[in-house]
Ligand binder design. Structure first.
Ligand code: FAD
Ligand code: SF4
Length: 510
């Protein structure tokens, strides 16, 4: 039976069962398409990364003897639409049966289901063999529960997969070393140079320019430095374990003007495109830890493992449990536009200029920049979550909706009313100053709430608490904040709110 097998751009798992045996009965199809490049305006490096990884994957499959039909973005036969491309190949190749790997995006899942419903052929779908959990495992785990705490899911994952466990107890006696993951980085230990790869992508850049795809962010030269093959991803993983893991946990939440990556792994692109399996990442981190127990503390490795078997799998489970409704949640009723400077980085707020600058230059920002700088400001300025989502989904190289929307709309913007986060991640300048050096060279004064040079985060913070009082004051974790708010004299609060309104309408006078 002649079978067409579809591989999407984020399904580049070379170890998948599909590819274990070479068989002429199967034709694999991969497409670069405007429907994917245009559903949001992506960072130029993100489009380059996806096309480069896809082209490499197709040629690797061909080298292994598989038959692959690959449409590049400017190919004449490319209709730029998934279902039209598939129908064309089904007709031209006289296909009897259609198969696809379950997409991780709701949008594509729906599109493929509709396509199959109208197809006159038999069809079947397969797991991508990438994640630890199935789509609905988290929903089963939390069935009947009122709260979906990541920590309980994480402990379940640790036990189920016997990761950092001694029998039924957590290795080292503690489940979570979050408290040790909050050091400020003051220049020491030295951060090793970020590993980069010399991927020649000049052709792809020209293809993108010729096609007229609209992108955001910066790009110069012909070399793409993120890993685009499994081999490169494994080299990056080795590098991470050797040089960065020993300090990963300590500086996980740190912020610094001179260090874009600190001790972060930069493995998210390789994992989200499925070039790299999270299981390989965990096994490697664990074996490296076991071989270097004298120099690596358990808090460093636990902090890393929690992100992958905890947060990453948790976000995916929440996505499949809550979609499609999740994409329109706006419980805090925020309606302001995203400030213009998110697209240029031009603001006098040093923390935002640095974090947005990194994002536009590298299609990357580490977690605390995303959560406590750009996300924090957007929430305090009460920006509509649709606008915030659009920015995050476009700007980051690792942004795919299942992990972007749960982090952005959920964890960062609290638009889901607490499905993911137990309270909104908002802070004034004091947290930003505690975790990094941004405030040292800022035009604003971090210690002031009022006056033209007062840090905007400060007035916005109290204004946010005031505005959202009816929605947040009964949250037990917000009690202390509301207690402090109630102690601000009424006249001062009026002035704070007035200043906050000014900032919202014209963030810093640019
Ligand atoms: C507002 C916001 C938006 C985000 N959007 C995305 C996104 O589009 N795609 C994405 O992959 N991550 C997203 N994250 C999560 C996290 O910031 C990135 O995974 C991380 O910064 C990627 O860099 P890294 O590989 O160096 O991560 P490291 O710090 O080295 O962490 C290791 C790995 O853990 C996983 N991880 C860490 N934190 C999370 C998390 N909160 N959720 C899921 N996985 C996590 C990632 O796979 C990451 O590669 C977002 C976070 C926030 C606050
Ligand atoms: S003073 Fe305010 S705006 Fe400036 S870096 Fe600090 S937190 Fe950001």
């Amino acid at each position: 039976m002649k079978t067409l097998r579809l591989i999407l751009g984020d399904q580049l798992n070379a170890d998948h069962t599909w590819f274990q045996k070479v068989d002429d009965q199967y034709i694999y199809a991969m497409f670069e398409m405007r429907q994917e490049t245009d559903y949001v305006r992506h960072h130029i490096q993100k489009v380059i990364g996806f096309f480069a990884a896809m082209r490499n994957f197709a040629s690797e499959l061909r080298n292994r003897g598989h038959q692959v039909i690959y449409y590049q973005i400017n190919d004449k036969k490319n209709t730029q639409s998934l279902h039209k491309n598939l129908l064309k190949i089904i007709r031209e190749e006289d296909i009897d049966h259609f198969e696809y790997l379950l997409p991780d995006e709701y949008r594509l899942d729906e599109q493929l289901q509709k396509f199959c419903d109208n197809l006159r052929l038999s069809y079947s779908s397969f797991d991508t063999e990438h994640f630890y959990t199935s789509r609905d495992e988290l929903a089963h785990f939390f069935k009947g529960k009122k709260q979906y705490l990541m920590e309980s899911f994480y402990r379940y994952m640790r036990k189920k997969h016997q990761i950092l466990m001694e029998g039924s107890q957590p290795e080292g006696g503690k489940w979570n070393y979050d408290q040790s993951n909050r050091k400020k980085w003051n220049g020491k230990p030295a951060v090793p140079r970020a590993i980069s790869f010399e991927n020649e992508v000049g052709d792809i850049v020209r293809d993108i320019q010729d096609s007229g795809i609209e992108t955001i962010g910066e790009w110069s030269g012909d070399i793409f430095s993120f890993p685009i093959t499994k081999h490169q991803a494994l080299v990056q993983l080795d590098y991470f374990c050797q040089y960065l893991l020993p300090h990963f946990g300590d500086y996980q939440d740190a912020l610094h003007t001179e260090e874009e990556y600190l001790f972060h792994s930069r493995l998210s692109f390789a994992m989200n495109t499925k070039i790299l399996s999270p299981k390989i990442v965990i096994e490697k981190a664990l074996s490296h830890f076991r071989e270097h127990r004298d120099s690596i503390l358990i808090s460093q490795v636990e902090g890393f493992i929690r992100q992958i078997i905890g947060w990453r799998e948790y976000m995916r489970g929440i996505y499949w449990m809550e979609m499609p409704g999740y994409a329109t949640k706006n419980i805090l009723e925020n309606y302001h536009p995203l400030p213009e400077f998110y697209w240029s980085g031009k603001t006098r707020m040093n923390c935002l200029a640095t974090s947005i600058g990194n994002s536009l230059d590298n299609a990357y920002a580490h977690h605390i920049q995303r959560l406590m700088i750009t996300g924090n400001f957007a929430l305090l300025a009460q920006v509509h979550p649709d606008e915030v989502d659009k920015w995050y989904l476009g700007v980051y190289i690792d942004a795919i909706e299942w992990v972007e929307i749960t982090n952005t709309r959920g964890m960062s913007q609290y638009a889901d009313g607490g499905i993911i986060a137990t309270k909104p991640y908002v802070s004034s300048a004091s947290y930003i100053n505690k975790m990094g050096n941004y405030c040292q060279n800022c035009s604003y004064d971090r210690s002031k709430r009022l006056g033209e040079d007062a840090c905007p985060f400060n007035s916005l913070y109290w204004n946010f608490l005031y505005d959202k009082k009816d929605k947040l004051q009964n949250n037990r974790r917000m009690g202390m904040m509301y207690n402090l708010l109630s102690k601000i004299p009424e006249t001062e609060l009026d002035q704070i709110r007035e200043r906050a309104q000014k900032i919202i309408s014209d963030p810093d006078g640019f």
